[in-house]
Design a protein around this ligand. Structure first.
Ligand code: GLU
Length: 310
């Protein structure tokens, strides 16, 4: 059953999308590189919309917490960009990689400068820089998400963070490799701990749609203060559109037509600049790592509302 707080402009659309998704057979497979993700039912589905004024509503499992994983890369990017501005772009690029999210190959050709902030190498650079500036990158991120969602109970999942560490050889390799080019400031173990805690944050579609709202509000936070200049919010949205859905960003832009960022927990956030922020969750992933039902639901949403940016 759908619940809302006030004027639910898009609720009828969400209800229709949920009904259509309910009839879609074949939902992909839950990520299985760590046990906590493998245990999630691939058929779970929730979707939430947060409007500019903070009105939030949804359908299905929209209040069910899930592992945010790579969705958090958007927020660390925004938090670091707010602090250091354009200097960040000297340390991480903003081009699609055309490679899997955890690839090492390109880094060597490109002298330890990752293609973009949403592949793991790029996210490690961003977290490293935020760590240098704040002394507690993951804590900074958690504080931001709690404030924007209005949910003080958001937290790290220590079990997920520990499993990420046990399975973290490739991320460790990426971090060490970039350190060898001088593109990492902090000791690699410190950086990895921050990064894995960041990935482990558990939040619902409602929480993440609310937290993404600042990108629909051209950089304005929930309390009316400014995190990003309008042009920086545009930059983050542009990088989401071109690089936010692993090696399938072209297909996502083609089908959905919105800035979006997915994570292996099955969540996807999306932004309709000047209108609303969305989050959809369904753990079954396609071979590229994007939620099958999540992409389908966003595809239907923009088709039914004509709200794509194009
Ligand atoms: N914790 C995962 C990793 O770095 C994040 C995966 C993802 O959501 O893309 O391997």
């Amino acid at each position: 059953m759908a619940i809302m707080t006030s004027s639910p402009t898009y609720l009828p659309v969400l209800e229709r999308v949920a009904e259509e998704i309910g009839h879609t057979p074949g939902r992909g497979r839950s990520a299985d590189y760590i046990p906590a993700l493998a245990a999630r039912d691939a058929r779970a589905f929730g979707m939430a919309v947060a409007e500019l004024d903070g009105t939030v509503y949804g359908v299905g499992d929209w209040r069910e917490p899930f592992s945010a994983q790579s969705i958090t890369k958007v927020f660390t990017l925004a938090l670091d960009l707010a602090r250091e501005g354009d200097e960040l772009w000297e340390h991480v690029g903003r081009e699609p990689s055309g490679n899997p999210f955890n690839s090492l190959v390109q880094l060597e050709y490109e002298n330890g400068i990752p293609r973009n902030p949403f592949i793991n190498a790029g996210a490690l650079v961003v977290t490293d820089r935020l760590q240098t500036r704040t002394g507690d990158a993951a804590g900074e991120l958690l504080g931001f998400l709690r404030a924007e969602s209005g949910n003080p109970e958001l937290d790290f999942d220590e079990e997920v963070a520990a499993s990420e560490t046990v399975n973290g050889d490739r991320n460790a390799a990426l971090a060490h490799f970039m350190a060898s080019y001088g593109n990492i400031d902090n000791p690699v173990p410190v950086l990895l701990e921050q990064y894995f805690r960041q990935c482990s944050i558990t939040a619902s579609c409602a929480d993440l749609a609310l937290a993404t709202r600042f990108l629909a509000r051209h950089g304005l936070r929930a309390d009316g203060t400014r995190l990003l200049a309008s042009r920086q919010a545009k930059q983050v949205n542009a990088v989401m559109l071109t690089c936010g859905t692993y090696d399938a960003a072209g297909d996502f832009a083609y089908r959905v037509g919105l800035p979006g960022k997915s994570g292996v927990g099955g969540g996807i956030i999306a932004v309709v600049p000047g209108r609303c922020a969305l989050c959809v969750w369904s753990p079954g992933l396609d071979e590229r790592g994007n939620s099958v039902a999540g992409v389908a639901a966003l595809d239907r949403f923009t088709t039914l509302t004509d709200l794509s940016v194009f």
